[in-house]
Design a protein around this ligand. Structure first.
Ligand code: UDP
Length: 344
């Protein structure tokens, strides 16, 4: 058994896939989650995939005493992968204080107690949202951070700065992973994305429409300056993304970092339009999707995809799954959910 790793938000979408990859690499995992946007059954599902049940602690990281007690009770924790955060862009516009409170107090408490308990390694989930609409594509990590379009995006930018400042004055080492658009589900179809209510993101909306939970997908605009008029994103399979966390963790634990805080883009390096994503879904699911083109969604950028050179050559990680594989895994997950609910 390798080192013990704390995964905050470990029952969430990306967190649960990362727990699986960590366990499969021999790490011992402790999950901390307040289940605000996930289900406890995910722990069983992880155990069903890996054969090992991760430890689980129900804790809200904004509770500073609770975080202190957690580290007192878990002296073996060697490193932290921090996912736990609120992530709905629209909700963050409606409730900015809730987002700043949740996402920033959690991080501050965590960093504070990591320092107190001499835990010096952190992998942080950041987002390509920090680039806004980049001037040059593919976007490099050195591209300027632009003013955030939402309080959610701003919490990611502020969090990156907080981590950087803390690393200047302590032994903290961190890797900030800027995710592009994570989609898909584990190959077992035992874990995946569980959007509460109406999904905001494209792929769960597509699969929910196809399964009959939603009447019709709205494609938000086909008048963008792109080849087919719909916006372009860099979609990445969630298991590839999960593996990037394990690679980043190993890099820190093996003391291979060039700087105390390193930043990597985690994407495939290829952009696809909304219509290309729909086309891929129709191909792999062998059915037509009911969609219509409507007006643009406020705040959407035209195009972004990653320059992955640093991730490939310095971090030593590369995405493996292509768009069709991603869409097929998302569809299998939706089918598995429907079967569980008795809808199929
Ligand atoms: N999108 C869409 N209909 C939807 C949800 C998303 O046309 O119901 C489009 C959206 O305009 C964007 C792309 O799909 O161009 C990806 O959107 P998502 O919300 O998944 O990710 P993000 O906006 O964070 O890149």
């Amino acid at each position: 058994m390798k080192e013990q790793i704390l995964v905050t938000g470990g029952t969430g979408y990306i967190g649960s896939h990362t727990v699986v990859e960590l366990q499969q690499q021999g790490y011992e995992v402790v999950i901390v989650d307040n289940l605000s946007n996930s289900r406890i059954e995910v722990v069983d599902q992880i155990a069903a995939i890996t054969g090992t049940r991760p430890a689980f602690v129900n804790l809200d990281l904004t509770d500073s005493e609770g975080v202190c007690t957690f580290f007192d009770n878990h002296p073996e924790v060697k490193a932290v992968i921090h996912f736990a955060a609120s992530k709905a862009v629209g909700e963050s516009v409606e409730k900015p204080l809730m987002y700043y409170h949740n996402n920033l107090f959690s991080l501050i408490n965590l960093l504070d107690q990591m320092h107190e308990h001499v835990v010096q390694h952190l992998v942080f989930s950041s987002s390509c949202t920090v680039y806004g609409q980049p001037e040059a594509l593919p976007v490099k990590e050195s591209a300027p951070v632009q003013k955030a379009m939402s309080p959610y995006g701003n919490t990611k930018q502020i969090a990156e700065e907080i981590i950087g400042d803390q690393a200047q004055v302590s032994m903290l080492h961190a890797v900030l992973l800027r995710y592009f658009n994570p989609i898909g589900a584990h190959a077992s179809a035992k874990i995946g994305e569980l959007p509460l209510g109406v999904p905001n993101n494209l792929v769960p909306y597509i699969t929910q429409t196809a399964i009959g939970l939603r009447a019709q997908l709205k494609v938000f605009g086909d008048d963008y300056p792109t080849p087919d008029g719909t916006p372009i994103r860099d979609y990445i399979h969630v298991s590839d993304l999960a593996k990037a966390h394990v690679t980043a963790l190993q890099r820190m634990l093996e003391k291979n970092q060039k700087e105390n805080v390193e930043i990597f883009n985690i994407g495939t390096g290829t952009g696809y339009s909304v219509l290309e994503v729909i086309g891929s879904f129709e191909r792999v699911s062998d059915q037509k999707l009911n969609y219509k083109i409507v007006g643009r969604r406020a705040g959407d950028i035209t195009a972004v995809w990653a320059d992955t050179q640093l991730a490939n050559e310095v971090l030593g990680w590369k995405a493996e799954k292509n768009l069709d594989e991603m869409m097929l895994s998302a569809w299998r997950w939706e089918l598995a959910l429907a079967k569980e609910k008795g809808n199929l």
